[in-house]
Design a protein around this ligand. Sequence first.
Ligand SMILES: [Zn+2]
Length: 375
Amino acid sequence: MDRIKEILKRLISINTTNLPGNEMDAVNEILKFFPQDIEYKIVDHGNNRGSLVIEIEGKNRDKIGFIGHIDTVPVSDEVSWIHPPFDGVIEDGYMYGRGTSDMKGGVTAMILTALYFIENNITPPHTLKFVFTADEESGGLGVRTLRDKELLQDISKVFIAEPSDEQIGICEKGTLWLSIHIKGKSSHGSKPELGINAIEKLYEYINKLKNTLDLEKKHPLLGNSSYATTTINGGVKTNIIPENANATLDIRTIPGFNHEEIINNANRIAKDMEIENQGMTIDVEIDNNRPPLTMDEEDNFIKEIISVYEKLSYQVKLKGINFYTDASQLIPYHNIPFVILGPGEENMCHQKNERIKIESIERMTKFYISYIVSC
Ligand SMILES: [Zn+2]
């Protein structure tokens, strides 16, 4: 437990809030926990940003991957935290700090899992690849670069060590962020018929797109898809028909939804409305596009995990993850079995007074090691 606290505290003390990230500082800190002769590769993304891959050769060349991101979301309202967000204060068995749950706790479990084999001089049955990524909380630069450099393609199954409440995360929601820009035509407020009201057209557009989605459809672990208008602006004055209006949409999808289809509908509705309103233009931009993912419950990987859980007398519970993870940048390109499974609570992510139960990291480290030696 002391070792967990020491590693996590050191990771928390390194500010990797994204942007700017500065993940290279965390990469260098992680390497300090390891002997110098380990096999590793640093990928430099520039601007003090980097990702790290540590490999431990096993008896079998089949590779088990572990992925954990080392960036965190920013801290707002630092003074109102009950403990300073970069101090790693422990109280009642919890460590407080930005990134404790999301996901330096999971990164700590990965480090301890790797060290178990290195320090005890145990050759694992399979080769292990520990991947520490930059920029998961934003564009996913880390995992995309590693993927494009073909540093991940030899992994045959992967643990995403994100906080899953210690449950077995077999699916995650997709995310599609769109920006909509409408340019209409201004006119005097007393003569709206001479203009094209961009704000009213924007509402119309938002509702039309929403109506193409089956938001009633339910997934057993993830519930419904959702469609939210998250920012909106436009107009200049009470007595002027607005020429410009912009909105951003945050669409979250359950497995079965096809993002290409949503994007096609978004573009088609824009075209149709432009034809109906001569002189108006609608631009649709895609700001983030990560598909929903799901694993078959009957997949061997999931069955192996369940059997190790049972051996450890951990409670077996399958879970759907509501947020996106690095898996969304990997699995669509490299279709391997995956699971989202790590210490910490999902509902602590991105929260003020983020914390993690130290014991949770211990339990998940024990699980990772047990899985590796027995599967
Ligand atoms: Zn995360």
